[in-house]
Design a protein around this ligand. Structure first.
Ligand code: ADP
Length: 447
C-alpha cells in the first residue's frame, strides 16, 4: 500500500479522496493555488504545497509544479480526481516516467477513450451497440451532409475530443448543417485545442444511463449497476439517481455483463464508466469516462462499496477483493449537485459563505468543502456541494431528499438548492418519467 498520495485537485473531490486515504492509513499531500490557501482540502491534508496563482492553467493544470510538489513531499502516487488533469494521457505518462503511480488507467486507455470516435469504434468492435453516426471524423460540411443524409435528420455535430457538454450542435434539417458545422469547429478548436468533429443521430427523448465498472490488473471486472443521469442542463448533469427508474433487473444484468465483457477484452484497469443513451428499450454507447465521476456516491450508497478505496487498491496492483456474485445493490439513492450559481439565470455566484448548516440524519451524505466564513473563489467550476440521499425504496429516498433540501442552509451566495426543491415536487420527477431534455423544459417553464 502507498504511504503517501498527492491529490491533484481541489474542492469536494479533493476531500473525498483525502477521506479514503485517511481510512486506509495513507498520508495526503494537498496542492493549492494562492486563491485556495484557506480551502478545506488544504486544512485537512497532512501536508500542502502551493502550486501557483489562481488561474487553473497556472496551478491545477500546471504539470511541472504538481510533479515538483510530489517529489518534494515524497509522494508515491498521484490521484487526479475528476476534471483538471484526470483524463490527460500525457499527464498520466509523465507521472509514470517520474517513477510515480497515476491512480487511474494506463495512458493508452485514457488516450483511446479521449478520442470519442476511436472509443466508439473500439466498443462497437467489442459488441457494444453505439449511437449511429460517422465511423470517422468528418472533414468538412459536405462530408457531414453525406453522413447526415445516410443516418437521417435530426443529427448532432460533436467534437472528437469534447467533454463537459461543450461544442455540441443539434441540426434539424440540411439547410442548417453547414453553419452548425463551422460553429462547432470554431468552438472545438477554442475549447479542446483540436477541431476534429463527428456526427451522430440526435435522439429526441432518450435517458442517459451509465454503467459503473471496476477492473483490476489481473483480469477481474465487476459492474456496480447503473446511474440515471438524464436530468441535465446544457448537457451537464444536475441530479442523478440509482437504480434507473426505467430499467429492470434483467435489463441491468444484460448491459452490466456486456460492459464487463468489453472492459475485460480491452485489458482496462481502474474505475470506469460507460455512458449510454437509452431509447425505446435499447442502449447506445456514447462515451467512456476513465476516471472517478462526480456522481459516484449514488453507486456507493446502494452498493456499500467505497469506489475511491477500490481505485487506490487497484493502482497498487492489488486484485479486486469482490466478485460479481458478492455485489448486492440495495435501496435507492439520489444526488443533487449544488452549484454556486443563480437558480434562475444560472450566472455564477462566488462570494463569502455567511451561514452554513448541512442536513443530517439517517441516509444523508453531504460531500462538500464549504464552511461558514469560507470564500467561494470565482476561478473554478461552480459545484460546491453534493447532497446524496439513500432510502430503502425510491419513495423513501424522495421524501428524505425533500426533507434534507428543506434543512440545507447556505447563506451569502446563491445556489441551485431552490431549483432542486422545486424539482423534487414535480410529478414527472416523482414518477421517474423524464428524459435528457426534460430539465431544460422544466427550467424554461419555471422562469
Ligand atoms: P461530453 O463528453 O461533452 O459530456 P457526451 O457525449 O457524454 O459529451 O454527451 C453529453 C450529453 O449530451 C449526453 O448525456 C446527452 O444528454 C447529450 N447527447 C450526447 N449525444 C447525444 C445524441 N446523439 N442525441 C441526443 N443527445 C445527446
Amino acid at each position: 500500500m502507498f504511504d503517501k498520495v498527492l491529490i491533484a485537485n481541489r474542492g469536494e473531490v479533493a476531500l473525498r479522496i483525502h477521506r479514503a486515504c485517511r481510512e486506509m492509513g495513507i498520508s495526503t499531500v494537498a496542492v493549492h493555488s494562492t486563491a485556495d490557501a484557506e480551502a478545506m482540502h488544504v486544512r485537512l491534508a497532512d501536508e500542502s504545497v502551493c502550486i501557483g496563482p489562481p488561474p487553473a492553467r497556472d496551478s491545477y493544470l500546471n504539470i511541472p509544479a504538481i510533479l515538483s510538489a510530489a517529489t518534494i513531499a515524497g509522494a508515491e502516487a498521484i490521484h487526479p480526481g475528476y476534471g483538471f488533469l484526470a483524463e490527460n494521457a500525457n499527464f498520466a505518462s509523465i507521472v509514470e516516467e517520474h517513477g510515480l503511480v497515476f491512480i487511474g488507467p494506463t495512458p493508452d486507455h485514457i488516450a483511446i477513450m479521449g478520442d470519442k470516435v476511436a472509443a466508439k469504434a473500439k466498443m462497437k468492435a467489442l459488441g457494444i451497440p453505439v449511437v449511429p453516426g460517422s465511423d470517422d471524423p468528418v472533414a468538412n460540411a459536405e462530408e457531414a451532409s453525406a453522413v447526415a443524409e445516410e443516418i437521417g435528420y435530426p443529427v448532432m455535430v460533436k467534437a472528437v475530443h469534447g467533454g463537459g457538454g461543450t461544442g455540441m450542435k443539434v441540426v434539424a434539417s440540411p439547410k442548417d448543417l453547414s453553419a452548425a458545422f463551422n460553429l462547432a469547429r470554431t468552438e472545438a478548436k477554442a475549447s479542446f485545442g483540436n477541431d476534429a468533429l463527428y456526427l451522430e443521430k440526435y435522439f429526441e427523448r432518450p435517458r442517459h444511463i451509465e454503467v459503473q465498472i471496476l477492473a483490476d490488473a489481473h483480469g477481474h471486472v465487476v459492474h456496480l449497476g447503473e446511474r440515471d443521469c438524464s436530468l441535465q442542463r446544457l448537457h451537464q448533469k444536475m441530479l442523478e439517481e440509482a437504480p434507473c427508474p426505467a430499467l429492470n433487473a434483467d435489463g441491468r444484468d444484460r448491459i452490466g455483463r456486456r460492459a464487463c465483457k468489453a472492459i475485460s477484452s480491452l485489458g482496462y484497469r481502474s474505475l470506469g464508466t460507460l455512458e449510454f443513451l437509452y431509447d425505446d428499450g435499447q442502449f447506445y454507447f456514447i462515451e467512456m469516462n476513465t476516471r472517478l465521476q462526480v456522481e459516484h456516491p449514488v453507486t456507493e450508497m446502494i452498493s456499500g462499496i467505497d469506489l475511491v478505496r477500490e481505485q487506490i487498491r487497484i493502482a497498487t496492483g492489488a486484485p479486486l477483493g469482490i466478485r460479481q456474485k458478492d455485489i448486492t445493490l440495495a435501496g435507492h439513492a439520489m444526488e443533487c449537485r449544488i452549484n454556486a450559481e443563480s437558480p434562475d439565470s444560472f450566472t455564477p455566484s462566488p462570494g463569502r459563505i455567511t451561514e452554513y448548516h448541512a442536513p443530517g440524519g439517517l441516509g444523508i451524505r453531504v460531500d462538500s468543502a464549504l464552511y461558514g466564513g469560507y470564500h467561494v473563489p470565482p476561478y473554478y467550476g461552480s459545484l460546491v456541494a453534493k447532497l446524496i440521499v439513500h432510502g430503502q425504496t425510491r419513495n423513501e429516498c424522495l421524501l428524505r431528499l425533500r426533507r434534507a433540501l428543506e434543512e440545507y442552509v447556505i447563506g451569502g451566495i446563491e445556489t441551485t438548492i431552490p431549483l432542486h426543491r422545486r424539482l423534487v415536487g414535480e410529478p414527472d420527477f416523482i414518477n421517474g418519467d423524464y428524459h435528457i431534455h426534460w430539465l431544460e423544459k422544466f427550467v424554461g417553464r419555471e422562469k
